[in-house]
Design a protein around this ligand. Structure first.
Ligand code: ADP
Ligand code: MG
Length: 256
């Protein structure tokens, strides 16, 4: 191929926003030569490589913006350590149809059983599939919504938690909320209702949420919206953090 055509192709690819094709044109052509590829195969190779690189870049940008505390996957979760956990339910969730149907996921159980790990694993898988993710603890979200409200910027801050396809709300129930705080949570849950999935983790049973939200009536309306379309996954085994530790902690003295 003449230098002139190669140069033009490189420039055209760059203008079309195909930087990988532009940067690796000679190498692509070499591979086509060696593999004796036809036009279709060559075009397929060039475009699919460009797409794979774009997807990968999107995935890494998405992960960075998600504020996930780590990027552990479901493959790294040892299901044999939690024999009572419904593996099929987690596998179903891993197909991500819950994101498409805007269904919520509640991961419930005592500290250390891997609620956050599974929430993050699902979020990483969703991010890989091109969905937008945002991770927060409930307390942090409430603190930031309150601060925004105090300076008249609640709608903007609400949008941060409204926008992502999947909002992960970690650690519901570690600290009780007052009425105003619970009301902010209610507003957010209402805005996301049937519009986007929430994955939440909690060490409290749903029956104990009245205490968390300080007000039974408010807890009821929050639960009503959250649970209307929701997969509840209970993990009731031992703490993985205390695995292989000689001591056992009874009566909830352990902290998450
Ligand atoms: P929780 O949110 O329920 O308190 P975490 O998800 O923070 O628990 O889990 C505590 C630690 O133990 C994390 O490092 C997590 O990756 C790990 N972990 C928990 N359960 C498992 C498991 N079954 N297999 C592998 N790692 C686990
Ligand atoms: Mg946790």
């Amino acid at each position: 191929m003449s230098e002139l055509v190669t140069a033009r192709l490189r420039s055209t690819a760059a203008k079309l926003g195909l930087p990988h094709t532009a940067a690796t044109l000679e190498h692509l052509i070499q591979r086509a030569d060696v593999g004796k590829m036809g036009y279709l195969d060559f075009l397929d190779l060039a475009l699919s490589e460009e797409l794979a690189i774009r997807d990968d870049r999107g995935f890494h940008t998405g992960l960075r913006l998600s504020r996930l505390p780590h990027h552990k996957t479901l493959d790294e979760y040892d299901f044999s350590f939690q024999p009572e956990l419904d593996l099929r339910k987690v596998q179903d969730l891993a197909t991500l149809s819950f994101v498409e149907t805007r269904t919520n996921v509640a991961l419930l159980g005592p500290p250390g059983v891997g609620k956050t790990h599974i929430a993050v694993g699902l979020a990483v898988a969703a991010c890989r599939a091109g969905f937008t993710i945002y991770f927060t603890s409930l307390d942090d979200m409430v603190r930031r919504l309150k601060a925004a409200d105090a300076i008249g910027q609640l709608p903007g801050k609400m949008r941060l938690y409204q926008r992502p396809d999947v909002l992960v709300v970690d650690e519901v129930g570690y600290l009780p909320l007052d009425r105003d705080e619970a009301n902010l949570v209610f507003q957010l849950i209402s805005k996301r209702y049937e519009k986007g999935s929430i994955i939440l983790t909690s060490n409290k049973t749903l029956g104990e949420w009245g205490e968390v939200f300080g007000d039974e009536a408010l807890a009821t309306v929050i639960l009503d919206r959250l649970l209307h379309h929701c997969e509840v996954v209970s993990i009731n085994g031992n703490s993985y953090r205390l695995k292989n530790k000689p001591i056992t902690i009874d009566g909830g003295a352990a902290t998450a």
